[in-house]
Design a protein around this ligand. Structure first.
Ligand code: ZN
Length: 154
């Protein structure tokens, strides 16, 4: 996939621009579960030569002898998977993740036992929850590049 795909961490300290992406996937391995603090990792391969860190850089943790995991050291957002020169970017960190529908499941045999039924669960809502969400004032970086971030305090 070629185009301009931007993204970054929740606080905006780390931002990237990728102009050539490969196949989006999810990975069920235990290391991806831990690295994302979630049920699986969601990653898309990126061409290193067409990837620019436009603000900051991810910090790296060597999760194994072969793989490093990149994250923002200010807000903790998982951002990358590195195996040698191979790099993948966390789909949820993109400004427009809806463009990156996963095409395959990696390590399918390691998936959580209830994962296949996850989206059969009922949607939860209540007036209290709606009022809470409506009252939220976000500190999250917006889903587009900005000249100055965070905004100047008044
Ligand atoms: Zn951050």
């Amino acid at each position: 996939m070629e185009g301009v795909f931007t993204g970054g961490c929740q606080c905006g300290a780390v931002r990237f621009r990728a102009e050539k992406l490969g196949r989006p996937s999810i990975c069920h391995c235990r290391m991806c579960q831990k690295a994302f603090g979630s049920f699986f990792g969601a990653l898309v391969t990126a061409d290193q030569a067409h990837l620019t860190w436009t603000r900051g850089q991810p910090s790296l943790f060597g999760s194994s002898a072969k793989v490093k995991r990149g994250f923002c050291n200010k807000c903790g957002t998982p951002l990358t998977y590195h195996a040698g020169e191979h790099i993948e970017l966390a789909i949820g960190a993109f400004d427009h993740p809806a463009l990156l529908e996963p095409q395959v499941q990696v390590n399918h045999d390691q998936r959580l036992p209830w994962i296949d039924h996850l989206f059969e669960k009922p949607a939860a809502t209540s007036p209290e929850m709606e009022a809470f969400f409506a009252s939220v004032v976000s500190n999250q970086h917006p889903d587009h590049d900005t000249a100055v971030w965070p905004p100047e305090e008044d």
